[in-house]
Design a protein around this ligand. Structure first.
Ligand code: SAH
Ligand code: SF4
Ligand code: F3S
Length: 468
């Protein structure tokens, strides 16, 4: 058994990163014969992509996927630790699995992902949910075949590393879409924002080598993919941990030059956004004019307590530069109720929202994460006040989302049609600026980028018809 350790997870050294190749041993390849797996994914795109990798590994082992948990032989929860409610959802689900296991004791059940990297979670699992067969973390997905082999040979497996992390290449992926693909460009995070658990659950920032990333994009293009999203917690800091003479702007340029129709990237930390990156985004039509630029707070006092390394003023300066990208849409993340946030601090956040008029924003109430510095800060704002702030903020965010969408009425935009929409006789897809559009169109257009005329506008989506 290898348990996670919070103290170790905080460590950052300048030891060189180890690059490894994923390989699966022959003896594991038939372990899943006649067995079905169910996997549920929580959290961010990083976890979604990890699940795509896990699925492909399981299918190499001859397991087949099933969408109903009740019929599965193997159940995995790929978990998220970012806020308390993410935790609660997972523990609720573990309760349901326990029920199932009472009637079908042969089910193998496991958890992985960011919660598995938390010392307190594993302690709780060992005392309350000791019947779980398998726990593995974010650093050893490649080891899943061995772990499962041991589980099926009667050994419970808990293996979570708190090491800084390696880079493992060549892990297969069973992608959810045939048209859009996630491409990891880096793992981990070294920013240690005081509220955030990610640097502990995902380890040190490790960039993949540029040639590996470009090879993956070229392969995806060959397979017919139309869009790739470069993924990382701080994509702008790409390459800083490598001893190479390239950075995010070089990677973006190389990605654009593959001529894949659409290149996106998330998430951008305002601290590392360079002018050169902005120039490259402007230069290439296939780099999408969409930027997610988390603000977190508009108060300099709170930003400092959060350890965000920028001020309201420097954020706005960057925001204005980004606005020079033609037709750009910008979205953000905001936390309300950070420890010690006053009404005045909160009003400063509203001020920034009033200036930036974001296309959309993800808004959250601060959630104390065990082991992070902010969890120890004095937090005396009642939850009721925090909820009122969130409500007020959301009203403002929605107002600007609608105003931004209104500008699209009667305009022609390019949409990558991904699949059927919930609306009858319609397909859904996204504009270059990441607006969701429901388009009246037949299925033959799925997978194509089409010109669409916008006929109706809502707060969170647009309606349209294909232009002839
Ligand atoms: N790497 C990204 C953020 C990843 S987490 C970045 O730095 O921008 C996604 C969002 O969750 C964050 O932007 C933040 O707004 C929110 N978040 C993170 N930790 C949180 C916490 N403890 N409580 C509430 N929201 C949190
Ligand atoms: Fe968390 Fe900050 Fe890293 Fe984003 S940059 S993942 S908010 S520590
Ligand atoms: Fe959650 Fe881990 Fe992503 S904590 S937001 S799944 S990096």
């Amino acid at each position: 058994m290898l348990k996670p350790c919070l103290k170790e997870a905080k460590v950052r050294t300048d030891k060189p990163i180890t690059f490894k190749e994923y390989k699966i041993e022959q003896k594991y390849k038939n372990l899943g014969k006649n067995k079905k797996y169910f996997i549920k994914t929580y959290g961010c795109q990083m976890n979604e992509h990890d699940s795509e990798n896990i699925k492909a590994i399981l299918e190499q082992m001859n397991f087949s996927e099933i969408k109903e948990m009740e019929k599965a032989d193997l159940i995995l929860l790929n978990t998220c630790a970012i806020r308390e409610n993410a935790h609660n959802k997972v523990f609720g689900m573990i309760g349901r699995i326990k029920h199932l296991k009472e009637t079908k004791p042969n089910i193998v059940a496991g958890i992985c992902g960011c919660m598995a990297q938390e010392e307190i979670v594993i302690d709780e699992i060992l005392t309350k949910y000791n019947w779980l067969n398998l726990v593995f973390g974010t650093h050893n997905i490649d080891n899943l075949p061995t772990l499962l082999y041991n589980v099926y040979n009667g050994q419970k497996q808990i293996e979570v590393y708190s090491i800084e992390g390696d880079v493992i290449e060549n892990i297969p992926a069973k992608r959810d879409s045939k048209y859009k693909a996630w491409v990891n460009i880096m793992y981990g995070c070294d920013k240690f924002c005081t509220y955030c658990i990610v640097p502990y659950t995902r380890g040190r920032q490790r960039s993949r080598k540029m040639e590996e990333i470009i090879k993956e994009i070229n392969d995806l293009k060959e397979e017919g993919y139309k869009e790739i999203t470069l993924l990382g917690q701080n994509v702008n800091a790409y390459g800083k941990d490598l001893k190479e003479d390239y950075d995010m702007s070089d990677l973006l340029e190389k990605a654009a030059k593959t001529n894949i129709p659409r290149v996106r990237f998330i998430t951008s930390h305002p601290w590392d956004f360079t002018d050169k990156m902005i120039e490259i985004i402007k230069k290439y039509d296939n780099i999408m004019p969409y930027i997610h630029l988390p603000l977190q707070s508009g108060s300099n006092r709170i930003l400092k307590l959060m350890g965000r390394r920028y001020t309201k003023e420097s954020y706005l300066e960057l925001f204005n530069k980004l606005k020079t990208i033609p037709n750009v849409s910008i979205t953000t993340d905001i936390i309300v109720g950070f420890p010690g946030e006053t009404e005045e601090d909160f009003n400063e956040t509203l001020d920034v929202v009033n200036i930036c008029k974001y296309d959309s924003a993800f808004t959250f109430i601060f959630s104390a994460r065990e082991g992070t510095p902010a969890a120890k800060m004095k937090d005396d704002t009642p939850l009721e006040i925090k909820e009122q702030r969130l409500y007020k903020l959301n009203e403002l965010v929605n107002k600007y989302a609608k105003e931004n969408n209104d500008k699209y009425l009667n305009k022609e935009v390019l949409v990558l049609l991904e699949g059927k929409s919930n609306k009858e006789n319609s397909l859904m897809g996204y504009t270059e600026t990441m607006k969701l559009v429901n388009v009246k169109a037949s299925d033959k257009y799925i997978g194509q980028i089409v010109k669409v005329k916008i006929t109706d506008v809502k707060t969170w989506s647009l309606d349209g018809v294909i232009c002839n």
